[in-house]
Design a protein around this ligand. Structure first.
Ligand code: GRG
Length: 294
């Protein structure tokens, strides 16, 4: 089923609005420390909230009410935000602008940024392990999966390979992107399914294929935007890949071929979830992200 554009935008706004409201409530406890300020600074700076929205959408597609999946959705945003804070540090990508604001370390210093990232990561695990809205075995399965996708065999490995500029061919760039960008997206999609109690291998594979294609297309679009967009539109510096002479999909394939790959991946993602995507939201989401401007 194809979702109308207005219905898609409505649902996306509803889901990201629910995530934002829950994030606002999360660290509201009275704690006037620099650490809390620093954590709230990066969390409240905006962001598309794609990963929590994906987790909520997959959980819902498999029959779990959204509010029961919210702790896990928030956890993903906490992990994602920590990774952005650390990624911007001078010892990594050394970027001074993120989500349209000075990067965390520009405001809170290197130690403040490092600790805010550490604390966000820990808070994510605290949330997942204290979740009581689903059977413990489902929470455990989802938490285990999300831990592995965000850790040493997933996002962190991808970041490490990228910092070493270790991927020089399209195949290597694909492998790296499936880790650095794709792994946490896989955590969101498959994690949402596991949280809803799905154990059927075919269903989990469908979620995994969708996530891999979306993650790869998302990174390809990121590479294109780095050469075609503006810092105002993206809320982060542009042109940094070329400046650092970094290998990207655009440097390897050119823009036109990269666009073709994005279209191919988007269609594969849509086909993968044909049996799950009752209202068409997952298909509309991967399509919207493939053509995103920020
Ligand atoms: C430091 C362990 C560690 C990992 C860093 C996320 C990441 C890994 C690096 C950020 C740099 C980058 C370009 C990653 C590719 C994925 C990507 C485009 C992240 C930005 O995600 P968006 O666009 O950001 O969803 P918002 O701000 O909308 O949440």
């Amino acid at each position: 089923m194809q979702m109308l554009k207005a219905d898609f935008e409505n649902k996306l706004n509803t889901l990201s609005g629910e995530v934002n409201a829950a994030l606002d409530r999360l660290f509201r406890e009275k704690c006037d420390t620099a650490l809390f300020d620093s954590m709230r600074y990066s969390l409240s700076a905006g962001g598309k909230r794609i990963r929590p929205v994906l987790l909520l959408a997959f959980a819902e597609a498999f029959g779990l009410e959204r509010e029961k999946a919210m702790d896990f959705a928030l956890s993903l945003e906490l992990i994602h935000t920590y990774s952005l804070i650390h990624d911007d540090l001078p010892c990594m990508d050394d970027d001074g602008l993120r989500r349209g604001r000075p990067s965390n370390h520009v405001v809170y210093g290197y130690a403040g940024a490092l600790l805010a990232g550490d604390a966000l990561l820990n808070a994510a695990f605290e949330l997942m392990t204290s979740c009581r809205t689903v059977p413990a075995e489902n929470a455990l399965a989802a938490a285990g999966y999300i831990s592995s996708t965000s850790g040493r065999l997933g996002m962190i490995l991808g970041q490490s390979l990228d910092l070493d500029d270790a991927a020089k061919t399209v195949e290597e760039r694909t492998e790296l992107s499936l880790l650095k960008t794709g792994a946490i997206i896989r955590g969101a999609c498959v994690g949402g399914a596991l949280l809803a109690g799905v154990r059927d291998q075919e269903m989990l594979s469908a979620a995994e294929t969708y996530a891999k294609c979306l993650g790869l297309a998302f990174q390809m679009r990121d590479d294109i935007l780095d050469v075609t967009s503006t810092a105002e539109e993206l809320g982060k510096p542009i042109g940094s890949d070329a400046e650092e002479d970094k290998t990207t999909f655009v440097s390897l394939l050119g823009i036109e071929k990269t666009e073709e790959e994005i279209n191919r991946l988007t269609q594969t993602a849509i086909n993968a979830v044909a049996g799950i995507d009752r209202d068409g939201f997952l298909s509309a989401l991967v399509t919207a992200l493939a053509g995103r401007k920020s």
